[in-house]
Design a protein around this ligand. Structure first.
Ligand SMILES: Nc1ncnc2c1ncn2[C@@H]1O[C@H](COP(=O)(O)OP(=O)(O)OP(=O)(O)O)[C@@H](O)[C@H]1O
Ligand SMILES: Nc1nc2c(ncn2[C@@H]2O[C@H](COP(=O)(O)O)[C@@H](O)[C@H]2O)c(=O)[nH]1
Length: 216
């Protein structure tokens, strides 16, 4: 029979989470994602595949896997994606890789993806998905942030601003909505959401035998 330390460890066993951060472009989800990854080594980034060219400082395999159209087509044909979508004139997709098995083993993953990808992941796996939408404090501030990032041409900034209201209209398809005014406050809220979701009874698959043993 397992001793109490073993059974307590088993009781903490749970499935991994698919923790999704979405927002209109420039609201700050990449910033919040990077803060979360730096603060919490037990969540891993799901690195997306994209046909968009790298921005200065972006590293292949770290921020994205940068591929050409032919390679993206090949991955679609071979069913390599959990989900993929057209966003701002390029294609972006979540590679299946080792995610499914790692989730079963309790590994949490962070997804920085848009509303289309969120819908697709949610349809496939409602149980493990947690959807968080980040809003900017105002449209003026959103535009200021897109420009201050200084990584995109004027045309790209304009195109993203034109899409901003349409992106925001999907806010009610998310479990949580957080306004990113002060970045540290926003990060703290996102972290609280992650911590609480990890504790949900339904996710803690190891609890059932533990509670049975406690009650026996
Ligand atoms: N709370 C904040 N206050 C001021 N600036 C912020 C805040 N949060 C993020 N920023 C800045 O705004 C810019 C856009 O942020 P970020 O790149 O994280 O946005 P994003 O939502 O990931 O955009 P995209 O979807 O285009 O990747 C960055 O320069 C970032 O440093
Ligand atoms: N559906 C998906 N959307 C994705 C994925 N990876 C990123 N994104 C979203 O695209 C836009 C633009 O990103 P950027 O890095 O070019 O600014 C943003 O909303 C991302 O969240 C993906 O794999 N699937």
């Amino acid at each position: 029979m397992a001793d109490s330390a073993d059974s307590h460890d088993n009781a903490l066993a749970r499935r991994g989470l698919m923790f999704i951060l979405s927002s209109p472009s420039g609201a700050g989800k990449t910033t919040i994602s990077r803060m979360l990854l730096a603060a919490d080594p037990s969540i891993k980034l799901s690195v997306s595949v994209t046909t968009r060219p790298p921005r200065p400082g972006e590293i292949d395999g770290v921020h994205y896997f940068f591929v050409d159209d032919a390679e993206f087509d090949r991955m679609v044909e071979e069913d390599d994606f959990y989900e993929w979508a057209h966003v701002f004139g390029h294609r972006y997709g979540t590679p299946k890789g080792h995610i499914r098995n790692a989730l079963k083993e309790g590994q949490d993953f962070l997804f920085d993806i848009d509303w289309q990808g969120t819908q697709q992941l949610y349809q496939k796996d409602q149980q493990d998905v947690v959807r968080v939408f980040i809003l900017p404090p105002s449209i003026v501030e959103l535009e200021r942030r897109l420009r201050s990032r200084a990584t995109d041409s004027e045309d790209v900034v304009q195109a993203r601003m034109e899409r901003a209201r349409a992106e925001i209209s999907h806010w009610d398809a998310y479990d949580y909505v957080v306004i990113n005014e002060d970045v540290n406050d926003c990060f703290a809220k996102v972290r609280e959401i992650l911590d609480a979701e990890r504790m949900k009874r339904q996710r803690q698959t190891g609890l059932i035998p533990f509670v049975r043993e406690l009650m026996s």
